[in-house]
Design a protein around this ligand. Structure first.
Ligand code: AP5
Length: 219
């Protein structure tokens, strides 16, 4: 069964996905992460999408669908977290075909509700471990030991190019114009639950776990 983490940039989807993955019961597929990996490895695809992502625009649906299908079919877990996908109505419709063909099902869409003013603060303070990708924040989510990653003990960190304020504005705009409306598609199917993503990480985690349990996911 699939759970979609849905919400604007910086609303905390990746952070909650990290918690869920720790249980060993979920596979996490983040299209943003997959694209950034391609850029870091300087693959043909990475070179194709680098400038687009640095501007906060979307690579084509064709690129995204190929990427998602490949990783979905490789995943062996019965519980899959989708983070940052689908993001356009076209992706929603194409994805329906893939899940039908593979007897998969979207059991839940968790909508991360948050005031947009909070997003700047969240995104401008974000950084991640260069080695394992664990996400931190300058104020809200520091590693236990300054400068050392809690998970892999790496000491090298990076910030995302697309987290600069001007690019974030464009990403929020893209969310409002192309993404937010697809929530209605899933709401009509009765699988959308909104949670208050402006709460602290532990409170959001409780809401996510409670909602997953209500919809029959194993947490
Ligand atoms: P993607 O990587 O998917 O980014 P996003 O959806 O914009 O979301 P973010 O990763 O910015 O935020 P998040 O909600 O995961 O927040 P996080 O947990 O890190 O996409 C990037 C780009 O890739 C797109 O712009 C596009 O170009 C391309 N792309 C990807 N998918 C695509 C698709 N399907 N179609 C087309 N293009 C696609 O939290 C943010 C910060 O806040 C962190 O520092 C964290 O520590 C902190 N924090 C988290 N929760 C809390 C809390 N409750 N309280 C306080 N701080 C918190």
């Amino acid at each position: 069964m699939i759970v979609v983490l849905f919400g604007p940039p910086g609303s905390g989807k990746g952070t909650q996905a990290q918690y869920l993955v720790k249980s060993g019961k979920y596979i996490h597929i983040s299209t943003g992460e997959l694209l950034r990996e391609e850029i870091n490895r300087a693959t043909v695809l990475g070179k194709q999408v680098k400038d687009i992502m640095e501007r906060g625009d979307f690579p084509s649906d064709e690129i995204i669908m190929k990427l998602i299908e490949k990783h979905l079919l490789e995943s062996k877990s019965e519980q899959i977290i989708l983070d940052g996908f689908p993001r356009t109505l076209n992706q929603v419709l194409e994805f329906e075909k893939i899940i039908d063909k593979n007897q998969l099902k979207i059991g839940l869409v968790i909508d991360f509700k948050i005031d947009f003013e909070m997003l700047v603060d969240r995104v401008s303070g974000r950084y991640s471990c260069k080695n394992c990708g664990t996400v931190y924040h300058d104020v809200y989510n520091k590693p236990q030991k300054t400068g050392i990653c809690d998970i892999c003990h790496g000491d090298s960190f990076e910030r995302r190019v697309d987290d600069q304020p001007e690019v974030l504005k464009n990403r929020i705009q893209k969310y409002l114009c192309s993404t937010e409306a697809i929530k209605n598609y899933y709401a009509d199917k009765g699988v959308v639950v909104s949670i208050d993503a402006s709460n602290n990480r532990e409170e959001v985690r409780e809401s996510v776990n409670k909602t997953l349990a209500q919809f029959g996911f194993d947490i």
